[in-house]
Ligand binder design. Structure first.
Ligand code: XUL
Ligand code: CO
Length: 448
C-alpha cells in the first residue's frame, strides 16, 4: 500500500497543470541538454531535515505540518517508519539523491554509545532501502549545533569536553558516510562563530576548528572514506558572526590552515543573500578559485531577510546558477542540488511537499534550458570577451603578460588627453543586456 497519497510525479511538458503542481513541465530526467542528461547536470537531492522532520514552525508560531507518519509516538518507531516514507518519496518525486544530518534520522540517547546504537538501527534500514531503490547519498553531516551542549559552538567551543564530544560524534558520522557510500561530506558550522567579541579568542577558536577538520580528514583516510569534504558558508544565524562567513572568507580560512587541498564549498542561495551577495556571486567566487563543490538549492525572501529556506522558483536566479555550472562543466566533482528548503508555513498539507519539490526541480531544469541556450549562442562569452578586448593587444597585453611597469604605463599615458581617455571607455549598455537575458528566458522556455 502506498504511504503517500500521491502517484509518481510524471513529466507532462506543456500539458502540466501549474495549479495542481503535480507534474513536471521542464524537468525531463533523460532529456539531453548541452551534451548531458538533465538528471546528470542537476543531480537533485532531498534534504531529510526539511522534508521529513520540519514541522513548519516560525519564530512566533508552532508547527502547522500534517504528515502521514504523525501517528507514531515512540521516537524510535517514528524514526524507523520515516525511512519508508522517505524512500517512497524519493522514488515518487524522482530524486536520485538524499542528504541528512545524524540527528535527522534517529533520536539521541543519554550517552554517545546509546545514540550510536539508535543511529545504527536506522542506518541498517536506510542501507537496505538504498539497495532496493537505487537512491544514493549525496552527502551526510553531523549536527553539531542543535543540542544545548553546543551552546557556545562545537569545534570552537571554549569547553574542551564539548570539543572532545564533537570529535567523537563526528567520528561515527564519518563511519556512516563510508558505510552508505556518501559522495560528499558537509560541515556547516552553525555555531562556529561568536555572539560577542569581548569574551572570544577568535584565532584560538579558528585554530581549534581547523584541528577538528584535520582530524576528520585523517580518520576518513584511515577508514577509506573518500567523499569530497565540503564547507558550507553562512555569515550568521544562529550566531551573530559565523567564521565561514561567505565563499571568499571560507577559502581564506582553508588556505590559512592548510585545508585547501581537502575541502571544497557547498554554497546555498539564502546564505549568499544573508552575506549581502547573490547566489551567482558565491558560485562565481568558488568556481574561479577552484572550490565549487556542491549546491544547497533554496532562495531567500527580499522582504524578510532571514534564512527563509524557500523552495527555488526564481527563474532569473536558477538561470544564473546554471550558467555558472555550465561554465564549470558540472556542479562540482561530486556535486548536486540539495533542496535545503521547506514549504511555507501555510502550505501544510503532506502533498505540498511534492508540489514544493516539483517547483524547485522545474525551476532548475528551466534555468538549465535557458543557460544552455545562452551558452550555445556564446552570448555571455562574447559579451565578456568584447568588454575586455583592450587587454588582448598593446598596452593591455603588456599588463597581462607581466612586461608592463609603472614607467611603461607612464610613458604610454603621459600625453593622453581627457578626450582620449573618454574615448577609451565604452558604454556597457547594461539595460540591453538585462533585456536580452529576459528574452532568453521567455524564448528558451517557449521553445522548450
Ligand atoms: C543551515 C543549513 C544547514 C546545512 C547542513 O542554514 O543550511 O541545514 O545545510 O547542516
Ligand atoms: Co544548507
Amino acid at each position: 500500500m502506498a504511504l503517500w497519497d500521491i502517484d509518481k510525479i510524471p513529466f507532462a511538458g506543456k500539458s502540466a497543470d501549474e495549479k495542481e503542481g503535480l507534474a513536471f513541465r521542464y524537468y525531463d530526467a533523460d532529456r539531453v541538454v548541452a551534451g548531458k542528461k538533465m538528471k546528470d547536470w542537476l543531480r537533485f537531492a532531498v534534504a531529510y531535515w526539511h522534508t521529513f522532520d520540519q514541522r513548519l514552525v516560525d519564530p512566533f508560531g508552532d508547527g502547522t505540518a500534517e504528515r502521514p507518519y504523525d501517528k507514531y509516538t515512540d521516537p524510535m518507531d517514528l524514526a524507523l517508519a520515516k525511512v519508508d516514507y522517505a524512500f517512497e518519496f524519493y522514488t515518487k518525486i524522482g530524486a536520485p539523491y538524499f542528504c541528512f544530518h545524524d540527528r535527522d534520522i534517529a533520536p539521541e540517547g543519554d550517552t554517545l554509545r546509546e545514540t550510536n546504537a539508535n543511529l545504527d538501527k536506522v542506518v541498517d534500514k536506510i542501507e537496505a532501502n538504498m539497495k532496493s531503490t537505487g537512491v544514493k547519498l549525496l552527502w551526510n553531516t553531523s549536527n553539531l549545533f542543535t543540542n544545548p551542549r553546543f551552546v557556545s559552538g562545537a569545534g570552537s567551543s571554549p569547553f574542551a569536553d564539548i570539543f572532545a564530544y564533537s570529535g567523537a560524534q563526528l567520528k561515527h558520522s564519518l563511519e556512516i558516510g563510508k558505510r552508505l557510500g556518501a559522495e560528499n561530506y558537509v560541515f556547516w558550522g552553525g555555531r562556529e562563530g561568536y555572539e560577542n567579541l569581548w569574551n572570544t579568542q577568535m584565532k584560538r577558536e579558528q585554530s581549534h576548528i581547523a584541528k577538528l577538520f584535520h582530524m576528520a580528514h585523517d580518520y576518513a583516510k584511515e577508514i577509506g572514506f573518500d567523499a569530497q569534504f565540503l564547507i558550507e558558508p553562512k555569515p550568521k544565524e544562529p550566531t551573530s558572526h559565523q567564521y565561514d562567513y561567505d565563499a571568499a572568507t571560507a577559502i581564506a580560512f582553508l588556505k590559512t590552515y592548510d585545508l585547501d587541498g581537502i575541502f571544497k564549498l557547498n554554497l546555498e542561495g539564502n546564505h549568499a543573500n544573508l552575506a549581502g551577495h547573490s547566489y551567482q556571486h558565491e558560485i562565481r567566487v568558488a568556481r574561479e578559485a577552484g572550490f565549487l563543490g556542491s549546491l544547497d538549492a533554496n532562495q531567500g525572501d527580499k522582504l524578510i531577510g532571514w534564512d527563509m529556506d524557500e523552495f527555488p522558483s526564481d527563474l532569473y536566479e536558477t538561470t544564473s546558477v546554471m550558467w555558472e555550472v555550465l561554465e564549470q562543466g558540472s556542479i562540482g566533482p561530486h556535486g548536486g542540488l540539495n533542496f535545503d528548503a521547506k514549504p511555507r508555513r501555510s502550505s501544510f498539507e503532506a502533498n505540498d511537499l511534492f508540489r514544493a519539490h516539483v517547483v524547485g526541480m522545474d525551476s532548475f531544469a528551466a534555468g538549465l534550458l535557458v543557460a544552455a541556450k545562452m551558452h550555445e549562442d556564446k552570448y555571455i562569452e562574447n559579451l565578456q570577451a568584447d568588454r575586455y578586448s583592450s587587454y588582448d593587444s598593446g598596452i593591455g597585453a603588456s599588463v597581462e603578460n607581466g612586461t608592463a611597469s609603472l614607467a611603461s604605463l607612464e610613458e604610454y599615458s603621459l600625453d593622453k588627453t581627457q578626450a582620449d581617455l573618454r574615448a577609451a571607455t565604452h558604454s556597457d549598455h547594461l539595460e540591453a543586456v538585462k533585456a536580452t537575458i529576459n528574452n532568453y528566458i521567455v524564448d528558451a522556455l517557449a521553445e522548450a
